[in-house]
Design a protein around this ligand. Structure first.
Ligand code: FES
Length: 190
């Protein structure tokens, strides 16, 4: 990358197809960053820019939960994927627990989606199960949809505070990554 930048700085690079593709990549980076900031991009585009699979296969991610305010969530990266970690309010937990399973597109009780004794924390792979966009909803100011969880702006799918799909076209709930609590304020994903 350093070589690529140096060539661009001095304007002495050639003009063949290879050089054009390098310039295109440099232009693409800030554009991709802007779209990620908007929170609505198909994940495969970002995923294609990640390290190789053999490096990622070994990776696990530890997350300190203490900075996360009640009612908010953060996004961390694990094996190249966005992971939502959200601190649910008592109201959000109750809403998630009280739903009749018959109302769900993919019926699953909230208790099966959180760790025993840690119902205030929901940990999800933040990739919409429709076509792979990253839903919005971690920040309280984000659009969260009618069920208060996450909203995918790509085609309007909505998820509840358990990450279960409540309105399509997404066909499935948000997936849950393997994770464990190391203590009450720290989790290890992977
Ligand atoms: S990718 Fe989320 S609704 Fe289509």
């Amino acid at each position: 990358m350093a070589d690529t930048l140096a060539m661009g700085d001095h304007g002495s690079a050639g003009h063949g197809p290879k050089d054009k593709s390098k310039r295109d990549f440099l232009v693409m980076l800030p554009v991709a960053g802007a779209v990620i900031g908007a929170g609505a991009i198909a994940w495969p585009l970002i995923d294609s820019m990640n390290p190789s699979g053999d490096v990622l296969a070994l990776a696990s991610t530890e997350v300190d939960l203490t900075p996360i305010a009640e009612g908010s969530g953060i996004t961390v990266v694990w094996r190249g994927k966005p992971i939502f970690v959200r601190y649910r309010t008592p109201k959000e937990i109750k809403e998630a627990e009280d739903v009749k399973l018959s109302q769900l597109i993919e019926p699953q009780p909230d208790s099966a989606r959180v760790k025993p004794g840690h119902a205030q924390w929901i940990v999800l792979i933040g990739i919409c199960t429709h076509l792979g966009c990253i839903p919005l909803g971690n920040k309280p100011t984000d659009p969260r949809g009618e069920w208060g969880g996450w909203y995918c702006p790509c085609h309007g799918s909505q998820y509840d505070t358990s990450g279960r799909v409540r309105h399509g076209p997404a066909p499935l709930n948000l997936w849950i990554p393997p994770y464990q609590f190391l203590n009450n304020s720290r989790i290890k994903i992977g």
